[in-house]
Design a protein around this ligand. Sequence first.
Ligand code: SF4
Length: 217
Amino acid sequence: MQGEGFFAGVPSVFVRLAGCPLRCRWCDTKYAWDKESGTKHSIDEILRTILQWSCKFVVITGGEPMINSDLPQLVQKLKASEKHITIETAGIAYMPDMPCDLMSISPKLSNSTPADAKLAATHNDSRLDVAVLRELIDNYKYQLKFVVDSQDDMPEIQQTIEEIGNVDLEKVMLMPQAATRDGLLAKSPMVAELCKQTSFAFCQRLQVLLWNNERGM
Ligand code: SF4
């Protein structure tokens, strides 16, 4: 089930592509960081597995799917099966002309910087590319999800939106940073208050609320 964004609650098949260079401090899919961490499947095998499920909605996530060179072919073939396709991305890389229905972009703020100094340097070099974010929102249907760890994140979020420019503010969502149900419940009122103040939408995390982030749900 899709847990986040404007399609939260919609039954969906998830395809998780391995590999992400960012190493965010609070990442809840660390097992997908390494490009070799997954199981190898051909695109046709992935399609056959997806088509075993009756739901129309498919979410391609990671890791970071937009750095996978096989993504365009997977999306093309999925679209031929008339699926509704969401790509979940941190917005660090651009690929043109994919027939996806929603680019779900979650730009990474300084609150995601890992503690390790070497990882932090790599992370800060690549976590935010305003030109890429502009291309994504100019060329795809999108939602923009910002992870909020504390209310102190708001100036950086506002500044990032201004730097991107041309952002439809009705597509901006604020999402509590939490990897556990207790953490989510503790942080949600603060984020809801920020949503009331800014008119940005509150972004649920149903996978945390319902299943406490258990893998495979
Ligand atoms: S961009 Fe996403 S998958 Fe990559 S480290 Fe950050 S939270 Fe994890």
